[in-house]
Ligand binder design. Structure first.
Ligand code: GLY
Length: 324
């Protein structure tokens, strides 16, 4: 925790928001830093709501947090997304930093300033862009991460490499087949690729949309899972979504034959689910509500080759026709 303390020691009004699942890590940080207050969150996609963020803002108000306050989020993507959102709206905006404790948050959610909550089961429908002051990447905190959580993060890591670094993709596939591997170099590389894309297009008017590879399908899979009470993690849905995106790319003649099969084999070797359990037609309504959709057209992120993706606007119907 040495780095976190060095960067945040001088904060005059620091408040820590932590996932109760990582309370012992939060305690370490609280002991190392002068903190005005700390708030524990019970996290789940169902609790990732405006009401939870409102509750957090109320606690800040009751604690006397001023516009000089800075929040430190300790937890996974749900915690960093909600803390960032609270920071964006409390008293019209205060600062925040992230100490992500899951691989998924380290390589994706906690980087780039997308904050928000779900609405009626639709993912991240309410939110803002607000950049964190710092995101602290600490591979050590992943040592106690349950294997399923680690694999879910791996899906986002592979996604980033499929977008921007073919060599790192192959390296990651080899690397993760050996559970004793040191992961920190790959985390840094993925974080760097994402940070570079975000720096060019912070509010997603153009190339940042590439980071949504697998997400149009993935968010619809998550929505369907929530409706049915099935337990599918975001990272797992993204893995299934990337397979569907590869299939669509192949069917449209953008990717060489065998791309879907390659991804499926790679993902399965790493213990990631590759098959979407729902027929694609059941996902269409949720996909049409994709945040990135405008006038019925969705920005599909399609794979030409590992390390190379393109953005193509099409209606959900056009995409579904191609997928058949
Ligand atoms: N998770 C995609 C993005 O941050 O743009």
């Amino acid at each position: 925790m040495a780095d976190v303390a060095a960067f945040l020691r001088k904060e005059p009004e620091l408040y820590v928001v932590y996932d109760e699942n990582v309370a012992s890590l939060a305690r370490e940080v609280l002991e190392a830093l002068p903190v005005k207050g700390s708030f524990g969150l019970k996290t789940s996609e169902q609790r990732k709501t405006l009401e939870t963020v409102q509750g957090l803002c109320r606690q800040l108000l009751e604690a006397g947090a001023s516009r000089n306050a800075c929040l430190l989020a300790i937890g996974g993507g749900i915690t960093t997304d909600m803390t960032g959102f609270a920071a964006a709206i409390y008293k019209r905006g205060i600062r925040y930093s992230n100490l992500p404790t899951t691989l998924l948050a380290q390589v994706d959610a906690a980087i780039g300033g997308k904050t928000g909550v779900n609405l009626d089961g639709y993912k991240n429908m309410l939110g803002t862009f607000r950049m964190p002051e710092y995101t602290f990447l600490c591979a050590d905190v992943l040592k106690t991460l349950p294997p399923r959580e680690l694999r879910a993060g791996l899906a986002e890591l592979l996604k980033t490499f499929l977008i921007g670094d073919a060599e790192a993709y192959e390296q990651a596939v080899r690397f993760f087949a050996d559970p004793r591997s040191d992961i920190s170099g790959l985390i840094t590389r993925a974080a760097q690729i994402k940070a570079d894309i975000v720096a060019q297009d912070p509010e997603e008017h153009g190339i940042r949309a590439k980071l949504n590879l697998g997400h149009t399908f993935g968010h619809a899979i998550e929505h369907e899972a929530q409706k049915k009470g099935d337990d599918i993690h975001h990272g797992e849905a993204v893995a299934m979504g990337m397979i569907l995106a590869a299939r669509l790319s192949e069917r449209m003649g953008l990717a060489p034959e065998g791309m879907e099969e390659k991804l499926r084999a790679d993902f399965q070797a790493l213990g990631l689910p590759a098959e979407c359990p729902y027929p694609p037609e059941t996902l269409t309504a949720a996909m049409a509500l994709d945040k990135k959709a405008a006038e019925g057209r969705v920005k599909w992120i399609l794979l030409e080759a590992p390390g190379r993706v393109i953005i193509k606007e099409m209606t959900v119907k056009e995409a579904m026709d191609d997928l058949r």
